[in-house]
Design a protein around this ligand. Structure first.
Ligand SMILES: [Zn+2]
Ligand SMILES: [Zn+2]
Length: 253
């Protein structure tokens, strides 16, 4: 796979003190996505066609809503809603036909798990309407490039492996993505060393964070009330973000 390599953002993320450099990069990509979808993409016919077809997931609708540009979001939502309404009308027709078929079933054919199966087709179609997000697709493409860049840097940039070993690891989502992608771009010793380093740094840092959560809990014991919080004050936010990815933002603490 030939990809455009831009190592600067990855260096910067790895030099930032954070629980997951890929989450940090992801936040930047999503910020750019919010500006794009509420701004220039509104004027791009091809992009509008794609938005009207796919829409957005709850996470990205939320991010665009929080950005405060209600007009941009209204314009995006308006045409998407109209197209969705067309699809819903067709779907409702099928729902009615299938409900009539379900209603006419004999007792035997309504038995157990077969209850409602005549309506499965239009139900799947209805759920699929909510399963696509044009914003997610855009983020995924960019993040795949960053994952590849990390692997490229591990192999080709002399100082990067040491920096990776000193990092705080990754959230579990990005840890799994990086491990899964590694054998597609690394082989031989490079692959073995990379997996060694990544798994070690991840385990060490989960242990470290687990200790911070322990201390957070112990701080609620009155006997420890005069002890220092140490680094544990925001440990719960960092823990939930580590266990999944970017669940809670820093400014929500
Ligand atoms: Zn992450
Ligand atoms: Zn999305």
């Amino acid at each position: 796979m030939k990809m455009h390599i831009d190592t600067a953002p990855v260096w910067e993320a790895y030099r930032t003190d954070c629980e997951c450099p890929l989450c940090l990069l992801n936040a930047g990509v999503e910020q750019g996505g919010v500006e794009y979808f509420l701004g220039e993409s509104v004027m791009e016919p091809d992009q509008r066609i794609e938005v009207n077809e796919k829409g957005f997931c709850a996470r990205h609708f939320r991010q665009m809503y929080d950005a405060g540009n209600r007009l941009g979001l209204a314009l995006m939502s308006q045409t998407y809603m109209k197209q969705t309404l067309d699809k819903l009308r067709k779907n409702a027709e099928k729902q009615r036909e299938c409900a009539a078929a379900e209603a006419g079933k004999t007792v035997f054919r309504r038995f157990g798990g077969r209850k409602g199966d005549a309506m499965q087709g239009p139900m799947d179609e209805l759920k699929a309407l909510m399963d696509t997000c044009v914003f997610c697709e855009r983020v995924r493409r960019t993040m795949e490039r960053y994952v590849y860049t990390i692997l490229y840097m591990y192999k080709n940039e002399a100082e990067f492996p040491a920096l990776l070993k000193k990092s705080r690891g990754l959230c579990l989502k990005h840890y799994a993505e990086l491990l899964e992608t590694a054998p597609k771009h690394l082989h031989g010793d490079a692959l073995k060393h990379f997996v060694d380093d990544l798994t070690n740094v991840e385990a060490q840092n989960l242990e470290r964070l687990s200790g911070e959560v322990d201390w957070f809990i112990k701080k609620f014991d009155y006997r420890n009330q005069n002890e220092s919080w140490g680094t544990s004050r925001d440990a719960v936010r960092r823990a939930v973000n580590k266990l999944r990815w970017q669940v809670v933002n820093e400014d929500e603490d």
